[in-house]
Design a protein around this ligand. Structure first.
Ligand code: FMN
Length: 390
């Protein structure tokens, strides 16, 4: 079945499941621990109800948005997704190309398999670079100047990864053993043989490689070292000053869950924040992002741009987030499924599905421009804004 036949993101998810080995599919699809937050990120959108205005003619529909001064053709940005090259040959380049052609921004993860210069060259659009401090400050300084020279427009600093989350599916599938190239101890290895087209593509693309954008003294960092490297290089607010000075451009703080952290990000000079729980891959039991958006909007009072990610699978989810105060959203799995299902064509299909959904939803709401969306188009559970005093 071709990706063109996918009607919604779930269809692309099913196609990805059929093309990818279980270990790779679970790496994309899974979340931390009992995966409560993973389920809630999607489900919580159902608690927000629309209040449409009927009998309003909306022939045209302007869904463009402006983020950090860049106008994008749709309010959907591609989030950093590590190891995308495992899903499809030159995965990060393919996803960046699809984003640029669709008129939006691609965010490249530090933990990517393609060189940042090649990824930037692959997109006709704007690209952002997501920074982990793996390898320490000196390594990050080198990365930052490379990203600036390559033409990345914003630095996305992820702040919710002091250790890697416990993703039980990865533990069961033996991802650690695979990355350490300890093949004899990897369970379900034979299952890869049932995915010959993936296997053929994967080895044709060079197989398991290093991270070319994390250059340590001894060369690019290997896959096996990720967990330990993240733990020994957690980002703290104190790092923001030197990162800001070294970068000299807009910084986006990704991983804000609370009003307090939102205010702190503003104080540290973040030009934008992403309300994000890392796609429920870090702390299980943290609230779904759409639920904490009102508290963050209240705290920030317009002093920084607010983006949101987590659980976006439909255009109606995007519109709900915009009504509640987000300027745009980021998508992770929605496009990663597309990439796993069919490379660049699959990412393009994922974006097309969401774009068409957004336009239809806007017309059904009786609203002809994103700039006119506001809280009057939704009913939000009253408890979502109530915070206990501290
Ligand atoms: C497979 C996968 C890898 C990810 N890798 C990174 C990463 O390297 N850096 C980062 O900041 N976020 C990473 N994320 C989190 C995403 O940027 C984003 O916050 C999340 O996917 C949003 O939730 P959604 O998948 O429900 O859209 C990753 C997410 C997935 C699914």
């Amino acid at each position: 079945m071709s990706v063109a036949a996918a009607v919604n993101i779930e269809d692309l998810r099913q196609m990805a499941m059929r093309r990818l080995p279980r270990m790779v599919f679970d790496y994309i699809d899974g979340g931390a621990e009992r995966e409560w937050t993973l389920r809630e990120n999607c489900r919580a959108f159902e608690d927000v109800l629309f209040r449409p205005r009927s009998a309003v003619a909306t022939r045209g529909c302007d869904i463009s948005a402006t983020v950090l001064g860049t106008t994008i053709d749709l309010p959907i940005i591609l989030a950093p997704v590590g190891s995308s090259r495992m899903f499809y040959p030159r995965g990060e380049e393919r996803a960046a190309a699809a984003a640029g052609k669709a008129g939006t921004i691609y965010t490249l993860s530090t933990l990517s398999g393609c060189r940042m210069e090649d990824v930037k060259a692959a997109t006709p659009g704007t690209a952002w670079y997501q920074l982990y401090l793996v390898g320490g400050r000196d390594v990050a300084m080198g990365t930052i100047s490379r990203a600036r020279a390559a033409g990345y427009k914003a630095l996305v600093v992820t702040i919710d990864t002091p250790v890697a989350g416990m993703r039980e599916r990865d533990a069961r599938n033996g991802v650690k053993q695979l990355l350490a190239r300890n093949l004899s101890t990897v369970p379900h290895l034979g299952q890869m043989l049932t995915r010959p087209s993936w296997l053929y593509n994967f080895f044709g693309d060079g197989g398991l490689m290093n991270f070319p954008n994390i250059v340590l003294a001894e060369g690019p960092m290997g896959y096996a070292d990720v967990g330990a490297a993240l733990e020994s290089s957690a980002t703290s607010w104190e790092d923001f000053k030197w990162i800001r000075d070294a970068w000299g451009g807009p910084i986006v703080a990704k991983g804000v869950h609370t009003a307090d952290d939102a205010r702190r990000a503003v104080d540290e000079g973040a030009a934008a924040i992403v309300v994000s729980n890392h796609g429920a891959r870090q702390l299980d039991g943290v609230a779904p992002t759409i639920r904490v958006l009102p508290e963050v909007v209240q705290a920030v009072k317009g002093r920084t741009e607010i983006l949101l990610d987590g659980g976006i699978r439909r255009g109606s989810d995007v519109v709900k987030a915009l009504c509640m105060g987000a300027r745009a959203v980021l998508i992770g799995r929605a496009y990663a499924y597309g990439l796993g299902a069919g490379g660049q064509t699959g990412v393009t299909r994922a974006i097309d599905i969401l774009r068409t959904d957004v336009i239809r939803t806007m017309k059904l709401l009786g609203c002809s421009a994103i700039k006119d969306l506001d809280g009057s188009y939704v009913d939000v559970p009253s408890g979502w804004t109530a915070r206990l005093p501290r």
